[in-house]
Write a protein that binds this ligand. Structure first.
Ligand SMILES: [Zn+2]
Length: 492
């Protein structure tokens, strides 16, 4: 079987994955800036890496997955300008910055839990690693690639680019960057507009500040990821991921910082998850073309005709490859829900299937191989899902007595379904409330069956027929047999 290959954004090629330390994987993913509710685009990015994390675990790797929380240093725009996003929100809501951080970190975790995410191994915060960030700045200054001006420290991109290639990840050329960057005359103390802040002096109004050798201030946004990834995964590690929008400048700056500091390339494989659109347009609050994760569960959005379960939304997202743009629309979600229900029904059918002595009319071993092949080909979840549906077809044929399955194949099919559907794609069967409701519904039907039996014993056939017919009208079929009466709930 083909081994795991991953598309590396740095080489723009699929490469055979070979961890630095056999059997171990170090993976860092840029986490959220916790100043507002997590949006659906972020959910998609983190879900891609959740699926990747799950597959690596399934393959037997010991994975250390680090996903940070940005709780300081991320300014309103990426050119080191504007207010700190968290401080701004704190001002607006008249609360402490750490209250903002707490509120939106809790929201982030709650949302991800609903979508059945596995927690990362470590979830470090920028404010918890100020000392480490200051140490890195000192090193970069010592090596001559950063300069201090009026209490702020900037990374010298032009000097770095003389010996290295600034832009190697995003494919940008320094000449173009120089040409395209507007001059910041009088607005900044930077030597060149391309330089980026490692440390910013805090003005009198700035509430989030720490002491440093350069005076009171706060770290630049790009620095925290270098500090935390180095601390927990080492100077070189296997996988660094994030959304496509982070390639430049964020990840480019991370490379420049780490290479200057440690003299080596920090990351073996750079992975970027693509964006999400809604009805073919970019999601933006300003145009109203957006949905919040919560809207899926309530159905209360002008873009949705009904509510959807978290697992169905997860299935919808994973039906697209993580590197493709995914477009959300009500129609696409409805179609996906049908597929999701069909898959879950066949999970239930599979539980009741009995093996036979005949050989199977479906090559389970080669199907299993195809499933792994799909995931080994840069985590191709849509191909995996298509493979799962060829098994669904086979399961339905067995149910209709049009095919049979041997004992060995049934065991393989069961274990693969569990591994791929639940463990790797992270889908789950009904949630607790849904389960609770389902149980109550089933008990109510059982009660009606009991009343019907009593009616038949009393020869009250009018009542017993009424119960059967009216249940049938609402999609519940009663099946009488020697063992008693059973029922089928129509899923349509
Ligand atoms: Zn980052």
């Amino acid at each position: 079987m083909k081994e795991l290959h991953i598309y590396n954004s740095l080489s723009s090629k699929k490469e055979k994955f070979k961890p630095l330390e056999k059997g171990h994987v170090g993976m860092y993913v840029c986490g959220p800036t916790v100043y507002s509710n997590v949006h659906v685009g972020n959910v998609r990015t983190f879900m891609s890496f959740d699926m990747i994390f799950r597959y690596l675990l399934h393959l037997g790797y010991k994975v250390r997955y680090v996903r940070n929380i940005t709780d300081a240093g991320h300014l309103e725009n990426d050119a080191d300008e504007g207010e700190d996003r968290i401080a701004k929100k704190a001002h607006l809501e008249k609360i402490e910055p750490m209250e903002v951080v707490q509120k939106y970190t809790v929201d982030f975790h709650n949302t991800l839990n609903k979508f059945n995410f596995l927690p990362p191994s470590i979830e470090p915060t920028a404010t918890g690693h100020i000392i480490e960030q200051i140490e890195i700045i000192k090193k970069i200054i010592d090596k001559g690639f950063a300069y201090e001006i009026k209490g702020s420290v900037y990374f010298d991109v032009i000097k770095y680019n003389k010996e290295n290639h600034y832009g190697k990840l995003s494919g940008r050329k320094i000449e173009d960057l120089i040409h395209n960057t507007r001059s910041l005359e009088g607005q900044s103390d930077k030597k060149n507009p391309q330089d980026f802040a490692l440390w910013k002096k805090a003005d009198t109004q700035h509430i989030m500040r720490w002491p440093s050798p350069w005076g009171s201030g706060f770290p630049g946004w790009h620095l925290e990821c270098t500090a935390m990834s180095t601390k927990y995964l080492g100077e070189s590690f296997d996988i660094h991921g994030g959304g496509m929008d982070l390639k430049f400048p964020h990840h480019e700056c991370e490379i420049a910082q780490a290479e200057t500091c440690n003299g080596k390339s920090p990351v073996q494989t750079w992975m970027h998850a693509n964006m999400l659109t809604l009805n073919g347009q970019k999601m933006a609050k300003s145009t109203g073309n957006y949905i919040l994760p919560e809207d899926f569960f309530t159905g209360e959005s002008e873009h949705l005709s009904k509510s959807f379960s978290a697992s169905c939304v997860r299935f919808f997202i994973l039906q697209a490859h993580y590197r493709s743009v995914l477009d959300f629309s009500n129609e696409a979600l409805l179609a996906s829900e049908k597929g999701y229900n069909k898959l879950m029904e066949s999970v239930n059918t599979l539980e009741n299937i009995i093996f036979s002595n005949k050989t199977s009319g479906f090559n389970i071993e080669s199907w299993k191989k195809n499933c792994y092949q799909a995931m080994n080909d840069d985590f191709n979840s849509p191909i995996l899902i298509a493979e799962l549906f060829s098994a669904v077809k086979f399961i339905n044929q067995i149910k209709e007595n049009k095919a049979s399955i041997s004992e060995k194949d049934l065991l393989t099919l069961n274990s693969c379904f569990n591994a791929f559907i639940f463990e790797i794609l992270g889908l789950h069967t009904l949630n607790e409330t849904e389960n609770n409701h389902k149980e109550k519904l089933e008990n109510s039907i059982k009660l009606l069956i009991k009343i019907r039996e009593e009616a038949r014993e009393n020869k009250d056939f009018k009542l017993s027929d009424k119960i059967r017919n009216e249940l049938e009208q609402i999609g519940i079929q009663l099946k009488d047999s020697k063992e008693g009466t059973n029922f089928i709930i129509d899923s349509k």
